[in-house]
Design a protein around this ligand. Structure first.
Ligand SMILES: Nc1ncnc2c1ncn2[C@@H]1O[C@H](COP(=O)(O)OP(=O)(O)OP(=O)(O)O)[C@@H](O)[C@H]1O
Ligand SMILES: [Mg+2]
Length: 270
């Protein structure tokens, strides 16, 4: 038994359907570690080249930050990976599978937006259950999975609240639990903490890092805040003007900036 499986089984012991959920989670943990390969992707809006021949590999099981100034193409790249935008050229692979033309709902991606896109008329519990309800998963399985996720995001005690009764930080944790509920292959976060105040933001990024260490789903965190990128991610991708400027560890980016742009972006005094 791998340590991952052992941990999964242990944490599910208190759940009625533990063996089923344990098996499903162990399978998801393995399946979730796919690389995302973007190759030669271009996207134009009118006469603006939002993505200009972008090729990059997001490593399986890693949390990668996509860092760059406003308008550099971060959201466009994320939306193209999710299938919300179609590229003009290029390919996107999840593991060995070419998903370039696969419908968004079949791609198995979890997406968290900056704005709190919760269903306002549904409780916290029902928001998190949503993705599984539409898949017609058995009620007992949904209930176990939602409880497990709400415990993970430390909101089990607020399961019956409505979104309007939550703080901004709590809402984003519900959004994250909702994105994770259907065991996505890929987790995409577009400035998820952008609208929160500095202290909550810092708490949440520490918490996201901890959560990622437990679940290891291949994740991309879009941010224009370099401190957030460096503090949270295994690896950082710097974008500028629709192009990738550098890929490296936070340390590489700071100590060995590959281009004049990266140098001035990480240290505006230089
Ligand atoms: N649907 C659209 N129609 C026209 N132009 C668009 C569209 N979406 C994005 N753009 C343009 O493409 C460029 C890249 O936008 P994108 O949203 O990817 O930037 P970003 O790096 O996410 O910026 P921010 O940090 O401000 O969110 C911008 O110049 C933007 O105006
Ligand atoms: Mg954006």
């Amino acid at each position: 038994m791998t340590s991952q499986t052992a941990r999964t089984t242990l944490t599910s012991n208190h759940i009625a359907t533990s063996s089923f959920v344990g098996v499903e989670k162990a399978a998801a943990a393995t399946a979730a570690r796919v690389a995302i390969d973007v190759s030669g992707v271009a996207k134009r809006f009118g006469n603006h080249q939002a993505l200009d021949d972008v090729s990059i590999r997001f490593q399986p099981g890693q949390l990668t930050a996509l860092l760059g100034p406003s308008g550099s193409g971060k959201t466009t790249l994320l939306r193209t990976i999710a299938g919300i935008e179609a590229p003009d050229r290029g390919r996107i692979l999840f593991g060995d599978e070419d998903v370039t033309w696969k419908q968004i709902r079949l791609r198995e991606v979890g997406f968290v937006f900056q704005s709190y896109a919760l269903f306002e008329h549904l409780s916290v519990f029902d928001n998190v259950a949503f993705g599984l309800s539409v898949k017609k998963v058995a009620k007992s399985v949904i209930s176990a999975r939602v409880k497990e996720l709400l415990e993970r995001v430390e909101l089990a005690h607020l399961a019956h609240r409505m979104p309007r009764e939550l703080s901004g930080g709590q809402r984003q944790r519900v959004a994250l639990a909702r994105a994770l509920a259907p065991s996505p292959r890929v987790l995409l976060l577009d400035e998820p903490f952008g609208a929160l105040d500095a202290r909550v933001r810092r708490d949440l990024r520490t918490w996201l890092r901890k959560l990622h260490d437990e679940i290891h789903v291949t994740s991309i965190l879009v941010t224009h805040d370099q401190e957030e990128a460096f503090a949270t991610a295994d690896s950082v991708v710097v974008m500028h003007d629709g192009k990738i400027e550098q890929v490296g560890t936070p340390r590489d980016i700071v100590e060995r900036p590959a281009t004049a742009f990266v140098k001035s972006f990480v240290d505006p005094r230089s």
